[in-house]
Write a protein that binds this ligand. Structure first.
Ligand code: FES
Length: 110
């Protein structure tokens, strides 16, 4: 489908998956990871995408321009474990055509 973009997601075992993500279904990155079962149920998206759990934390490896962080995402990441410069909450990243070729790595389960 032409509304799909390619995203590479490195799972918590270090394995890279190149997947197609739909841009026309109002999905976020956390939901994409869940729909492809790249992390076991219950270890990602715990708060349902409310920026309240950090289970969807990922490291952004490509230099895409991402939507700016909102206060709740910033606050959550300031309390989360294993946070790095390029950490983002997957649930706060909407899948849009601009993210074609995005590459992210899932942060360790905390
Ligand atoms: S799913 Fe909880 S912060 Fe993203």
């Amino acid at each position: 489908m032409e509304q799909d973009i390619k995203i590479t997601i490195i799972d918590r075992d270090g394995e890279a998956h190149e997947i197609d993500a739909p841009t026309d279904m109002a999905m976020n990155l956390m939901e994409v990871v869940r729909s492809y079962e790249l992390a076991p149920e219950g270890t990602i998206g715990v708060c349902g995408g409310m920026a309240m759990c950090a289970s969807c934390q990922c490291y952004v490896l490509s230099d895409h321009e991402l939507p700016e962080m909102q206060d709740d995402e910033e606050a959550m990441l300031s309390e989360a474990f294993d946070v790095q410069e390029n950490s983002r909450l997957g649930c706060q990243i909407a899948i849009t055509p601009e993210l074609e070729g995005l590459k992210v790595e899932l942060a360790p389960e905390s």
